[in-house]
Design a binder for this molecule. Structure first.
Ligand SMILES: [Zn+2]
Ligand SMILES: [Zn+2]
Length: 231
């Protein structure tokens, strides 16, 4: 009986022509379980090398191999189903991971916006304070300038009047003008010397360390990189 087709020996090599390797003209009929080779009738009769070996008929060997293949196929299918679930899970956790990163990015942007608003408020507060102090100082400068501009004009006029009318002045006028001049000469005018407000900052708060404390930082567990299974 001819046995056509492809058989595999223990090493997985394909035997395209199922002839006995020891008896080239004989078709293989058995599988020697002990020597793990395909053998023919001549191998197990007479002085055949495998006559005492434990062997299986080729059809039984085929059935057994098929059963094994089916069992392996079933297990592979179970594993495929499990792998499919794992893939679903992987995609789900990847999605959750990315959503969590997106949430963190939104928080960073939100925090930045809050800081911007707070600093805008502080900037407004500082500028308002500086403007208030400037206004107070300007009021004092303007009061001084107005007061002394008036006095300057008045006394300039007085001195010019004296220069032009001195020769025709009565005694009373001279006494009156002298008194005015004395009053003016003795008056003191202290120019307001106001210390301008200065904006002070502490450079230590501009270090990355402090700014990071203000802005926040990323807390993370080292990503656990496991080798990806290959099929
Ligand atoms: Zn043989
Ligand atoms: Zn044998």
């Amino acid at each position: 009986m001819s046995q056509k087709g492809c058989l595999s020996d223990a090493h997985g090599a394909c035997i395209s022509e199922p002839m006995c390797v020891y008896h080239k003209s004989e078709y293989i009929r058995f599988y020697c379980e002990e020597c793990r080779v395909f053998i023919c009738d001549d191998c197990i009769t007479g002085k055949g090398k495998h006559r005492r070996c434990f062997k299986t008929k080729l059809s039984d060997y085929g059935n057994r191999t098929r059963r094994l293949l089916r069992e392996r196929t079933k297990r592979a299918e179970d594993k495929l189903s499990k792998l499919s679930s794992e893939l679903d899970l992987a995609m789900h956790v990847q999605k959750r991971f990315n959503e969590a990163v997106d949430e963190s990015i939104s928080s960073v942007v939100f925090r930045r916006e809050i800081i911007r608003q707070k600093f805008d408020d502080l900037q407004k507060e500082l500028i308002t304070k500086l403007d208030g102090l400037r206004n107070q100082a300007n009021t004092q400068y303007e009061e001084f300038i107005n007061l002394h501009t008036n006095q300057y004009c008045k006394m300039k006029e007085v001195t010019e009047t004296i220069r032009t009318t001195e020769t025709e002045m009565t005694e009373n006028d001279m006494v009156m003008y002298t008194s005015k001049l004395n009053k003016f000469i003795d008056s003191s005018e202290a120019v307001p010397k106001l210390e301008p407000p200065s904006y002070v900052t502490d450079d230590k708060y501009f270090s990355s360390k402090y700014l990071r404390q203000l802005f926040g930082d990323i807390e993370f567990v080292e990503l656990n990189c496991q080798p990806i299974a290959t099929y």
